[in-house]
Design a protein around this ligand. Structure first.
Ligand SMILES: C[S@@+](CC[C@H](N)C(=O)[O-])C[C@H]1O[C@@H](n2cnc3c(N)ncnc32)[C@H](O)[C@@H]1O
Length: 370
C-alpha cells in the first residue's frame, strides 16, 4: 500500500471509529495502528493466489486489470490494450461504446423531435404559435458563379483527431452553403480512403449532399489552372474581391500552424495563383491571420451576400480573436497614412536616409498588419 493511501486510510478509520476511542482507554494512534494492521492482513490475503478454489466474480473485480466501463467489465491486460495507459483504454472503450450506441441515440433523438414537432403543430393549430416560415428549398437556392475547392490532399499530415476535425469543418461548410442566399459550387478533391472512412463513420449522409462533388482526383486534373486561385494566408497577393468564373482553393488541413507555407509553396510549384483574404485592411489581428477551413469558406459566403469584407470578417471571425485585435477605422487609417507620408517626407528632407532603412520600415509596417 502506498503511504498516501495509508494516510488516507488512517484518517478514514479515525473518523469512522472516533466514538470508540473517545470512550475506550486505548490511545487513538494505537487504535488506528491495529486497524491498519487488520487492513493489511486482509489485503495480503486477498492478493495471495488461491490454489484450491477459483476466484469469485467479486474477487476478480478487485484484481488489477479488471475494470468496469459503461457497465461492462473489461480486462485491461488484454493484448489489444497493449502499450496503452488506463485513461487511454477508458477513452477508447467509451468511444467504442459511443459508436456502438449511435443508432440507438439517433432513434431516441428522432422520437424526441417527432414529439416536439407534434406539440408545436398542435400549438400552431390552436393559434398560440405562428407557423414557421417555409425553409428555402435546395432547388430554389441561388448558385453564385464563384466555385470552391477544398483540397484534401493533406490527410497524411494530420493526426486522427485533426482528421476528424477536418471532416467536421467540411460538414460545417456544407451546412452554411445550404442556407446561404448565394451558395458556391463546391468540390472536395483528393478525397481519399482515410477521409471517406471518417465520413462514413460520422456523417453517412454525405453521399446525398447536393452541390458538392467528392472527387478522388486532384484539382489540377479537374479544373483549368488559369481559373484557379489558391487561398493562403502566406501569399503576398490580396484578394480584393471574389471573381466570377474563378474557383478558389482552400487547403483542407488542420495543422495548428505546424506547416507554415505548405499550401502557398504547393500552389507556387504548380504555377497556380495565390491570394490571401484582405483581413489586414480591416482588422489588425493580434495573432496570425490563419483561419480554419470553415471560417474561410463562411467568409466567402458572407462576402457574396454583403459584398463587404469587413462585415464578412466581423460576422465570422470568433469574438475571442476579435477581442484581442484592433478593428481598423478606414478614415483614421487614411488620416494616419497621410500623416505618415508627411512625416516621412519631412524625415527624408532632414536626413538622407539610406534605402535599406526605408525598406526595413516598410517590411516592419507590413509585418504589423499581417
Ligand atoms: C488552417 S489553414 C492551413 C494552414 C496551412 N499551414 C497552410 O499552409 O495554408 C486552412 C486553409 O485556409 C485558408 N486560409 C486560412 N487563412 C487564410 C487567410 N488569411 N487568407 C487566405 N486563406 C486562408 C488557406 O487555404 C489554408 O490552406
Amino acid at each position: 500500500m502506498h503511504w498516501r493511501s495509508c494516510k488516507y486510510e488512517a484518517f478514514r478509520i479515525m473518523r469512522k471509529w472516533s466514538h470508540k476511542f473517545m470512550t475506550s482507554d486505548q490511545s487513538p494512534s494505537v487504535f488506528v495502528f491495529r486497524q491498519l494492521s487488520n487492513c493489511r492482513n486482509t489485503m495480503e490475503a486477498a492478493d495471495s493466489p488461491r490454489k484450491d478454489s477459483p476466484a469469485t466474480p467479486e474477487e476478480n473485480s478487485t484484481k488489477k486489470g479488471l475494470r468496469t466501463v459503461n457497465g461492462v467489465q473489461y480486462d485491461f491486460n488484454d493484448p489489444r490494450f497493449a502499450g496503452m495507459g488506463t485513461r487511454a483504454i477508458k477513452r477508447l472503450l467509451k468511444q467504442e461504446h459511443w459508436e456502438a450506441t449511435r443508432d440507438e441515440r439517433t432513434k431516441i433523438q428522432r422520437e424526441k423531435q417527432r414529439r416536439k414537432k407534434e406539440e408545436r403543430q398542435k400549438l400552431v393549430e390552436e393559434g398560440v404559435l405562428e407557423p414557421r416560415p417555409k425553409r428555402q428549398r435546395h432547388q430554389e437556392m441561388s448558385l453564385s458563379n464563384v466555385g470552391v475547392v477544398i483540397d484534401c490532399a493533406f490527410t497524411s499530415y494530420m493526426s486522427e483527431k485533426e482528421l476528424h476535425s477536418m471532416q467536421s469543418q467540411i460538414v460545417h461548410c456544407y451546412s452554411k452553403n445550404r442556407t446561404a442566399p448565394l451558395s458556391m459550387k463546391t468540390s472536395i478533391t483528393s478525397f481519399d480512403e482515410a477521409l471517406r472512412t471518417t465520413f462514413d463513420k460520422k456523417t453517412s449522409s454525405w453521399t446525398n449532399w447536393k452541390n458538392v462533388d467528392f472527387l478522388t482526383e486532384t484539382y489540377d486534373e479537374k479544373f483549368d489552372k488559369d481559373n484557379l486561385i489558391y487561398l493562403s494566408a502566406d501569399s503576398d497577393n490580396v484578394a480584393h474581391e471574389l471573381e466570377d468564373g474563378k474557383t478558389y482553393i482552400i487547403g483542407g488541413i488542420v495543422d495548428k500552424n505546424r506547416y507554415k507555407g505548405l499550401c502557398q509553396n504547393k500552389a507556387v510549384e504548380q504555377g497556380i495563383k495565390t491570394a490571401q483574404l484582405p483581413i489586414g485592411e480591416y482588422i489588425h489581428m493580434a495573432s496570425r491571420k490563419v483561419l480554419t477551413v470553415n471560417q474561410v469558406y463562411e467568409i466567402m459566403l458572407k462576402w457574396l451576400e454583403y459584398r463587404d469584407w469587413k462585415r464578412a470578417f466581423m460576422d465570422v471571425i470568433p469574438l475571442r480573436k476579435l477581442k484581442e485585435s484592433v478593428i481598423v477605422d478606414p478614415k483614421q487609417e487614411e488620416a494616419g497614412s497621410e500623416e505618415q507620408k508627411a512625416e516621412k517626407g519631412e524625415a527624408e528632407e532632414a536626413i538622407d536616409a539610406p534605402q535599406a532603412n526605408e525598406d526595413d520600415a516598410d517590411s516592419k509596417e507590413k509585418e504589423a498588419t499581417t
